[in-house]
Ligand binder design. Sequence first.
Ligand SMILES: Nc1nc2c(c(=O)[nH]1)N[C@H]1C(S)=C(S)[C@@H](COP(=O)(O)O)O[C@H]1N2
Ligand SMILES: [Mo]
Length: 206
Amino acid sequence: MSEPPISRGFRRRQQATDVSARVPPGQHLTRDFPVLSAGPTPETRLSEWTFALEDGVSPLAEWTWEQFNALPQTEVKVDIHCVTTWSKLDTNWRGVTIDALLDAAGLSEAPQDFVMIHCDGDYTTNVPVEDLIEGKAMVATHYEGRPIAPEHGGPARLLVPHLYFWKSAKWARSLQFIAQDEPGFWESLGYHMYGDPWKEQRYAGD
Ligand SMILES: Nc1nc2c(c(=O)[nH]1)N[C@H]1C(S)=C(S)[C@@H](COP(=O)(O)O)O[C@H]1N2
Ligand SMILES: [Mo]
């Protein structure tokens, strides 16, 4: 099996020479990589792992682990911001962009305007389609050159670095396109529906 092509992706905020200009309001920098999980780390065998796209309740596409890893790969270096106030600069990830997934599914565009991400362990989170396409997000399989550790969302997690990190769903298994925005797990518990760290959209009403 030949290796898939790897490209450099994600437009990012212009690299600020001043590090403090890269830290959103109310955040502080950390060098650690804290683990934040609402439940236990699921153990899904790669032989049973699939990743699916769905339009409402209709299946659109599904990939096995082997098929998923044969899709075009993109590498990014991005800053991440958790709502618990830590931010981490220059994290390196590799995975499959949502554009590449749509392409591989034979879709010229997303069928609906919103997405619910579903995960092993029943975590969900909602993101508008426009925040996932045009190089803004990926389903990542590698962190700092290695497979993502299970506690950090391996084998595959969503990466939407321009929103608070709770949107970067760990153990992601499907993207469900939906017509109306609906709250996911944290959003149902009072967190913001969108979660822009630069606007400090932490809780509903912010
Ligand atoms: N499936 C799943 N994804 C999740 C979470 C979770 O509990 N379950 N926590 C979210 C939150 S609140 C954050 S800050 C990040 C934490 O990712 P990390 O543990 O790799 O730092 O994952 C997000 N994705
Ligand atoms: Mo978080």
